[in-house]
Design a protein. Structure first.
Length: 134
């Protein structure tokens, strides 16, 4: 693929992220200035907010665990492809691209779980296609 096409894909995906920001109004909260604000007091306030908001601590734990598990795999992927599989830059790009596709599909699956009545039949049909029936 020529570099021009690769850059055009990058521009297209950037536009997909920017256009919604231009269309939708994002409400701005008014910052209340306090005389006693410091980095430490704001940090403590954030920790208190996490502790006092139901589910927020579990969400932070889930995100931290996800980052600790996934980040090394992305960092070490080029080494794995080169030394273990004997591949080069094209194979690394393929692996990273497929990882991205997997993340998008996983995000769509999670979003579909929120819309269970609409997508239940879709996912059941997809599972029947993927899983062998004996």
């Amino acid at each position: 693929m020529p570099i021009g096409w690769a850059l055009s894909i990058d521009v297209f995906t950037a536009l997909c992220a920017v256009i919604p920001l231009l269309i939708f109004a994002i409400p701005q909260s008014r910052a209340v200035r306090r005389a006693d604000t410091s980095m430490v007091s704001e940090f403590k306030e954030g920790i208190d907010t996490i502790r006092n908001t139901p589910g927020l601590a579990r969400l932070f734990l889930l995100l931290a665990t996800t980052v600790l598990v996934i980040m090394p795999s992305f960092t070490l992927l080029p080494l794995l492809v080169k030394q273990y599989f004997g591949g080069g830059a094209n194979q690394v790009a393929l692996m990273e691209g497929l990882s991205g596709v997997g993340m998008v599909l996983g995000g769509l699956a999670v979003a579909a779980m929120q819309l269970k009545p609409l997508f239940t039949g879709f996912w059941q049909g997809l599972l029947r296609l993927v899983l062998p029936s004996h």
